[in-house]
Design a protein around this ligand. Sequence first.
Ligand SMILES: *Cc1c(COP(=O)(O)O)cnc(C)c1O
Length: 222
Amino acid sequence: MGIAEQTRHLQEQLPAGVSLVAVSKFHPVAKLMEAYGAGQRDFGESRVQELAQKAPQMPGDVRWHFIGHLQSNKVRQLVPHAALIHSIDSLDLLETVNREAARIGRTVDVLLQVHVARELTKYGFTPAEMESLASDPRLTGLSNVRVRGLMAMATLTDDEAQVRHEFAEAHHAMYTLKQGPFFGEPHFNIMSMGMSDDYRLAIAEGSTMVRIGTAIFGPREY
Ligand SMILES: *Cc1c(COP(=O)(O)O)cnc(C)c1O
């Protein structure tokens, strides 16, 4: 199947209430346009510079998702383009995004990254850190960021039970925040989890947004 067919196939296959972010990192704009032609509007990039280069080359109704590790010195370049930043992994970073968003007069939607994988290299708040975060006034007191939910990545493993367990842990962290600082906030409703190899498991464990690259675009090119 080509890119357009794969995109349509996924869009049709995902249950209602689960949205698709096409992860286009390392792929040229021509390929993104094939997915766009199939109706795809949400695209995910993991490097700020690449996102900032592609954004002006794509139609204006594309929603850009930032899914990579975000360094504070890149926030200024990212904020004008980002519809949703998935990778907030510290309150300092949240405050930096808030400051830059205020500077240009907009509000940016963000997700908190929760660290549930066994790998030491994945970023994010551990579920225990999430608990103490829940009582920090900075989490809900910033005027130019809106926390929409959580993002998680599972360990890269064939052990499905392990992957499911990690996704369930992430979903539990979401639930905890929903009962706590975001109680009654209808916009706190995005659980971003699931990639090409594990999105079915993620959906079974409560994902509302999957981030899929390889299954749409094939192997990354550069
Ligand atoms: C690259 C990436 C994806 C997409 O991975 P695929 O296996 O190509 O679907 C999803 N999420 C994050 C955070 C990524 O960096």
